[in-house]
Design a protein around this ligand. Sequence first.
Ligand code: PMP
Length: 401
Amino acid sequence: MKPNDLPSTPWVLARRAARMNPSVIREILKVTERPGITSFAGGLPSPTTFPVAEFAAASAQVLHDDGAAALQYAASEGFGPLRERIAAMLPWPVDPAQVLVTTGSQQGLDLVAKVLLDPGSRVLVETPTYLGALQAFAPMEPEVVPVANDEHGVLASDLEAKASGARFLYLLPNFQNPTGRTMSAARRDELSQAAQRAGVPIVEDNPYGDLWFDQPPPAPLTARNPQGCIYLGSFSKVLAPGLRLGFLVAPPALYPKLLQAKQAADLHSPSFNQRMAHAVLQGDFLDRHVPRIRALYRSQRDAMLAALQREMAGLGVEWNKPDGGMFLWARLPRGLSALDLLPKAVDRGVAFVPGAAFYAGDAPDADALRTLRLSFVTATVPQIDAGIVALAAVIREARRP
Ligand code: PMP
């Protein structure tokens, strides 16, 4: 049997298919769908924030005013008025011609990987980083190299040390998935300059930037050097993920290739969804809607921080205080593994994602094994309270000699 044969079938897998692994996250989400589980695991926005009534009205309006075009094939670049709206929303001057509407920003990651990576190409990523990006890059068979960071973000010195031949550096500067960390303005300046000196382009992924709690995060790195960056954005967190709408902004030299990759992938993102999103975004809807999401997520973050403070006292667990987004990052005491803890937690009705899933490269070290990601946005405050009580009980038990 050849290595890529599927036993007892005529099918032989491509080498890249061997690199595709079931997402740990998806596997965990399956468990968390069981009734009675409080899930801090999935990155699911709170469904209470979905603007259902606005979409009902927009759907009727789009079908009434523009039904045939909404249901017809359309341009791969995206719906013109939506591209204009996206360009106008961004905090640096963007020509709508540089905006490509994508089927979620996840598709942006896939297109970037297809256009920029050969087998063996070096990609630099944060430690840890978004698992979905690692999955999008993996089929292109790159060499994924983690770059070291501190609490302010990626270290420019380590970027310089690892820059040689890198096709790009993948960055999540705002309320990062998985750590909730935000890159400081000073670090953005430093890193942007270091990347330019080293000739390393940046792919900047920013699905969470609007979900700040006290003050907006510093300007994107792309604003500092648009020619050297691809910017990925998403409507999943400010409207609804089921729309599957995101976008990328690419420099003119790169745009045609990304567009060709998009054509091959799905011709275009759904015309109907793009028109509905555009209709919902008319006027000042986001100015009214996003502050409500921020207030809700802030109250849920505060509830989780308070519950951790109360329940984890004396257990040697550490955690951070994210300034926005959906995730909090915690570290178990020495000697414990979040992977080992997960089944016991699920038995007690609470789930999280072991942090090891987010580390690129070989087997995670002991430090990575202690980490876990807790989403504070899907569960209600009473569920957060009960879930943290259950988690503390599991940790207490695991600490017993
Ligand atoms: N990037 C990051 C960092 C994410 O967390 C996610 C969603 N979990 C995505 C991209 C993909 O988002 P979408 O495709 O829904 O826009």
